[in-house]
Design a protein around this ligand. Structure first.
Ligand code: BGC
Length: 741
């Protein structure tokens, strides 16, 4: 393997980064420059020759180390200038070791764990030669029909920003140039999660104020945290597809936020500007994307084919191209690729090693959310049960438990629930297994009798149901988010046996559970937990660990309630239990009136089935003594809010303590609650802790009608509790800074 690779490095030794890049740029032909802003797919039959010609800046989806080293050698030794390649891959929730889907990771509310998972993904993928991942996806997601909610960090700007920053730290490490660091990518800028009706790629219409207050904050947080790159969304934002949206990419990202990293298009999204009806042909698409600030084109060749003509026509100037190329070269420099672009096989780390798997298990354990636990059905005890029925299409399927977009997973290393349960109970419990349904979508009930039989003879039935991996993720949206196939009927069949049911759900999105909830004794919502699903779930079921995950997204009762999220506005006629009228309570021919009417549906309660931030434990936590250290503070100061959290149960456990605020009056209306802090704490049984949050008035700022970020004076409510339904409340006032005397 060649030790040092860059011809240029020797030519321009001793220069600082900017001078180095400038010197390199000054030697490049226009064709080579356009090469640097073109990303090829690894299947492209012209890949090798194009690399030698200097026509390729990045390659997508090659993961074989030898092949990557070969491609880097072509780039660095056989192209005229020897510029190394960016090797891009979707490393979304692990590389070979698979962690919970991002939505599951968000349910851990643990910055440490999320950072660790991303770091391990970076270690494994960089060891194969990947140096750029297209993650994290930080699209605020408030529509569970949208398949990509699985890849998201949920509905809330604060949680999403905090965990997104942790992911970037994990991927990018201390220094981007470290061998085990890879560049991260904040995607999909912006608003993609608001796709109409939850159909992927659909139109988004987001008023600027909502865009700035809800959808943009995670992107701003990642830009501030030093994320290397951004990806533009596929979607049409308020009539202008983001790939050609100069306002979003130039005015906001570059001017307001001063982001200097590279912006990549999404897959073929530049030619799609024609399909959107935004551009008449590919030449105009190249013009719009280039002017909007897309630095690199993913997989298509609209730039390569059209930019030379646009320059000739003086529609695009060469400085624009230089700026784009400079960003790509700077990223390569930061990644240390000019020093060495090769991955040394002798330094190879073991993938899926015990450390990686134990992090995967911990993440899976902490991501599971206990939604119901009647009469302390859980935890199970091997001394109290002698026979256990395990039923369901996801109980013993090492592939489906991994979730969406796991191209590099090693399925043979997955440990399933069935295997882990059997290993755990050894001979002390007789474990009987019937799949019940071939897949989660299956409608064939032929095995129901067998499932009923084992349930009848068992002390407890653990049903492991949900969605197959392919039912969520990109372009996999659903209009109905009940358990698919005949799974509800399978629950009915087992319910009729009278055996207590523990329902474990693996899914890529919230599932509507209202109909089945009364038929089961306990529900553990496990998302798609990844490689270590089995051991993680087993330890939770048997009480080795106490469930501690909390929902990063609201669970609706039914699809008709969507969008449903905790930080909604109050409206002029807010719904309340006191005013709620059920469809069945309306008198026949009742006169039409708007008096006393409120913002609700008649045929379902206005509340969600499970609120954001919710999750049960095997213990109980009591919250008391909320205290605000100053009842009024001036803009520019901080307030300290604290509460005592007591573990009043019998079990040591972790709790996610959440802080919410409400700005009571705003020049634009403010949400009824907004998350402003959280802490994951460990509390032994019987012990208490005072949890303190510091909130600076900057954190209370929002975009006003003039689209200026301002903290407005006035009264604020605060709550501290274990979910967005927290009731323990206090208040404080923000005063305008006293005028200087
Ligand atoms: C997705 C991106 C992804 C890219 C490359 C696109 O279809 O929208 O999120 O990074 O493919 O795989």
């Amino acid at each position: 393997m060649p030790a040092n690779i860059c011809k240029q490095l020797n030519n321009v030794k001793g220069l600082d980064k900017t001078s180095y890049v400038t010197s390199l740029l000054s030697q490049m032909t226009l064709k080579e420059k356009i090469g640097q802003i073109s990303q090829f797919h690894n299947d492209d039959i012209k890949l090798d020759s194009s690399i030698k010609m200097g026509d390729v800046g990045s390659v997508l989806n090659e993961v074989n180390r030898d092949t990557i080293n070969k491609l880097q050698r072509l780039a660095t030794h056989e192209s005229r200038l020897g510029i190394p390649l960016l090797m891009g891959r979707d490393v979304i929730h692990g590389f070979n070791t698979i962690f919970p889907i991002p939505l599951g990771q968000a349910a851990t509310w643990s910055t440490e764990l999320v950072e660790t998972c991303a770091n391990i993904a970076a270690i494994e993928s960089s060891n194969n030669g990947i140096n750029w991942t297209f993650a994290p996806m930080i699209d605020i997601s408030r529509d569970p029909r949208w398949g990509r909610i699985a890849e998201s960090l949920g509905e809330d700007p604060y949680l999403c920003s905090t965990l997104g920053v942790a992911m970037v730290k994990g991927f990018q490490g201390e220094e981007l140039s470290d061998n085990t660091s890879i560049a991260a990518c904040a995607k999909h800028f912006a608003g993609y999660g608001a796709s109409e009706s939850g159909r992927d790629y659909n139109t988004t219409n987001i008023p600027e104020n909502e865009l700035r207050n809800v959808y943009l904050p995670p992107f701003k947080a990642l830009a501030d945290a030093g994320v290397s790159t951004f990806m533009a969304s596929f979607s049409d934002l308020n009539g202008v597809p983001v790939t050609g949206n100069s306002w979003l990419l130039n005015d906001i990202l570059r001017e307001e936020w001063q982001f200097n990293g590279a912006v990549v298009s999404d897959w073929e999204s530049i030619p799609q500007l024609v399909t959107h009806g935004f551009c008449e042909d590919q030449k105009s698409a190249a013009f719009e994307a280039c002017n909007a600030g897309i630095d690199m084109e993913m997989t298509s060749d609209v730039y390569a084919k059209n930019l030379p003509h646009l320059i000739q026509d003086k529609k695009v100037n060469s400085e624009q191209i230089d700026t784009m190329v400079r960003r790509i070269l700077t990223l390569k420099y930061d990644l240390g690729l000019f020093k060495c672009a090769f991955t040394d096989p002798t330094l190879s780390v073991e993938h899926l090693n015990s450390l990686h798997l134990s992090a995967a298990k911990e993440a899976a354990t902490k991501s599971c959310v206990l939604l119901k636990n009647n009469n302390q059905t859980l935890p199970l005890s091997t001394t109290k049960i002698s026979t256990m029925a395990v039923i369901g299409p996801l109980a013993d399927d090492g592939y489906e438990q991994l979730g969406t977009w796991v191209f590099d997973a090693k399925v043979n290393r997955s440990i399933t629930c069935l295997k882990a349960i059997k290993d755990y109970v050894t001979d002390s419990v007789d474990v009987k297994y019937v799949k019940g349904l071939e897949t989660s979508r299956s409608n064939n009930q032929d095995s129901f009798n067998d499932a009923r039989k084992i349930a009848l003879s068992a002390d407890v039935a653990v049903m492991i149901l949900g969605e197959e991996a392919i039912l969520s993720g990109e372009a996999h949206c659903r209009s109905n988010i009940d358990l698919p196939g005949c799974q509800e009927q399978l629950i009915d069949a087992i319910y009729k046996t009278g055996t207590p049911i523990i329902l474990v759900i693996m899914a890529g999105r919230p599932i509507t559970l209202e109909k089945i909830l009364p038929k089961v004794d306990a529900v553990l919502f496990a998302w798609h937990p990844g490689s270590m699903a089995g051991p993680a779930i087993t330890e939770l079921l048997f009480g080795e660990v106490c469930p501690s995950g909390k929902l990063p997204v609201t669970f609706p009762r039914n699809v008709g309630q969507i969008p449903l999220y905790y930080s909604h506005k109050n409206t002029g006629k807010p719904a309340s239990d006191a005013t709620f009228v059920d469809i069945n309570d309306i008198e026949v021919r009742a006169p039409q009136t708007s008096l006393g009417m409120t913002c609700t549906h008649l045929d379902t309660h206005f509340s969600p089935l499970f609120p954001f931030g919710f999750g049960l434990s095997y213990t109980r936590f009591e919250y008391k003594n909320i205290n605000v250290n100053m009842h009024s503070i001036s803009v520019g100061e901080s307030v300290e809010i604290s509460a005592t959290v007591c573990n009043i149960g019998q079990v040591d456990a972790e709790e996610i303590v959440q802080l919410y605020i409400r700005d009571l009056v705003g020049s634009v209306t403010r949400p009824v609650k907004e998350l402003k802090g959280f802490q994951r704490i460990f509390l032994p049984a019987g012990q208490s802790e005072t949890v303190i949050f510091n909130v600076h008035t900057d954190e209370l700022a929002f975009y006003n009608r003039q689209m200026k970020l301002k903290t407005e004076p006035g009264l604020f409510n605060v709550w501290i509790g274990g979910s967005s339904d927290a009731e323990l409340t206090a208040g404080f006032e923000v005063l305008l800074k006293p005028a200087k005397i």
